[in-house]
Write a protein that binds this ligand. Sequence first.
Ligand SMILES: *[C@@H]1O[C@H](CO)[C@@H](O)[C@H](O)[C@H]1NC(C)=O
Ligand SMILES: *[C@@H]1O[C@H](CO)[C@@H](O)[C@H](O)[C@H]1NC(C)=O
Ligand SMILES: *[C@@H]1O[C@H](CO)[C@@H](O)[C@H](O)[C@H]1NC(C)=O
Ligand SMILES: *[C@@H]1O[C@H](CO)[C@@H](O)[C@H](O)[C@H]1NC(C)=O
Length: 592
Amino acid sequence: MISLVVDTLLLGAIVIFLLFTLWRSGRVKEWTTGLERKRFLNSLSRKNYGKTLDYDTSNAQDVQTSLLQEILRKHQNTEYGQKHNFKDLIDVSLFQKFHPLTQYSDYENYIQRTREGEENILLQGKPQAVITTVGALANSSLIPISAKSIRERFLQGTAVYMEVIQSLFPGALEKVARFAFPSSDSQSEAGIPNIPYPSDCVFGPLNKIYPSQISPHTSLTHYEMLYTQILFALKDVDLRIIEANYSWVLRHVFSIIEEHWESLIKDIQKGHLNLDFKLPLSIRKHIEDSLVPDAARAEDLSIQFKKGFCGIAKRMWPNLQVVIAMESGGSDLDKQILMDTFCQGIPFYSPLYCTAEGLCGVNLWPLKNVSHYVLCPSSAFFEFIPVDSSDQEQPRTLCIQDVSESKAYELVITNKDGLYRYRLGDVVQVIGFLNHSPILEVLYRKSQTLSVRGEYITESGFYKSLLQTVAMWPGASLLNYCCADSGIMGPFSGGSDPHYQVFVALKGVRDLSEEQRYKLDQTLQEHFSIYKSFRFKGSIGPVRVYLTSPKSFLKLIELAANLSGIPLDCVPFSHTLKKQELVECIWKQVLS
Ligand SMILES: *[C@@H]1O[C@H](CO)[C@@H](O)[C@H](O)[C@H]1NC(C)=O
Ligand SMILES: *[C@@H]1O[C@H](CO)[C@@H](O)[C@H](O)[C@H]1NC(C)=O
Ligand SMILES: *[C@@H]1O[C@H](CO)[C@@H](O)[C@H](O)[C@H]1NC(C)=O
Ligand SMILES: *[C@@H]1O[C@H](CO)[C@@H](O)[C@H](O)[C@H]1NC(C)=O
């Protein structure tokens, strides 16, 4: 009897000891989130959201018409709806005839009052949150969103692309490393949360199934946060997906790996976190509790790093299948550099064409090298301005059934949360159709065009000219760049004729001669006839090219985040600077 009691006690003690050891090693936490993730992904496959998209795209025009009617009916009694006689706007043509096209400044006052707690202004009742978004490194805007829209964006966007990944890369969603800066919520006076775009509050319960190993803590610098996430990612040889909001974040991740690999390896081997980090002990302990020493993995990684960093992603993680990052106007260069170097041979997938104002499209083709999105007809009411009339104030618009393949349009959105015939400023090209819904490629954002005299050079047009010029600078390759109208530089512009200021970070050269720098001006003249004529008349001065370091661009993003009060990785990098503070920031970091 006594021996039985002793045995039981002993067994109990052993079990407790084992559980404790497991808990110490972080495995228990891993298991529970693993289970939750599996359950969530299973429920996704059962629901089949792609089927709904198939229905919506097959009946695109009807879905759009009834969506608009529903929106107008629902908001009839808001202040905005009464002022604009929504009750009389019973069909699409009346709406287009009597409601003008709008832009952000038309809503600023309404949105301010909504944030202060007034109800039934733009949308019924109160919004669930207000999204802060910073487009083109310019002013931020605040966009209200309802709880229903948050849910719908998840179901019509996130859930659909996760299904696409599930079917193309089975099991991959269970092995994801996300690189993000955990954010803390801020509230407006009236208790309406302010959330940055993009954030998981907009994309559904992703944070729950992909929890961060580190909780937001002001004592960690951005670098320390990313370093810690990298450490956990490196430990896992079986990663299938790496993900961040934008590709510049991933470029930053890989440059940290390249620069600090020795320290990372030491940490993996010893199971501790960089001893140089000055962290509160409790945080260090919390992180190190989940870091089991792994000398074998450290050794493997060390061998790979010593072979160099080209194609390193596939060598560190042999099962890596796809990189996920959203495309923004300025992400081409970062994506190209990643694909040419660290991430060779791995497809990049930009799953959604979504803005703070609404979900526009879903990318159903992860393996295509150019991102194409099918328009989601039940997400918002869309109109299309033919691009050649997009400089007019109130041009005529087309509906979903009127657009034609290979034509370009500026997109106009009426969402469910108080924006009506709102000009997004994005110019898209219809490259085909899925059922009756257009498939879009985003060409450029109007806010990111350069224009000192009305000549309008788009960011992608400028980028092509710059690439062609860099190719004429022997040995040079482009690491990063940005440009601005001299007009916004205030005292820094030097008081000469208006011109473009261009800041480049290059690999392979230390300096450029005046003549080499002037090549950019010549290339722009060759590519853009209006620019050429202004240069010829002397009303635009020659481009000025300055050299700067790759790191200076990170500082630029940091400043943009500071200015608009959003987390660093919510800043979509843009190469066209529209704010004086930002141009001053890069100007101060010029090398020559
Ligand atoms: C940003 O806001 C300021 C003040 O509201 C305004 O003067 C400026 O024109 C805006 N800049 C852009 C690029 O919209
Ligand atoms: C995007 O950024 C937000 C804020 O930093 C973060 O919470 C979220 O996890 C990020 N998303 C991804 C996919 O990394
Ligand atoms: C995409 O791939 C096609 C064919 O595979 C190729 O012709 C095209 O140049 C590629 N485009 C880009 C932007 O890489
Ligand atoms: C941004 O804000 C942080 C915290 O206030 C500060 O440490 C950092 O220097 C700022 N960065 C820039 C580029 O202004």
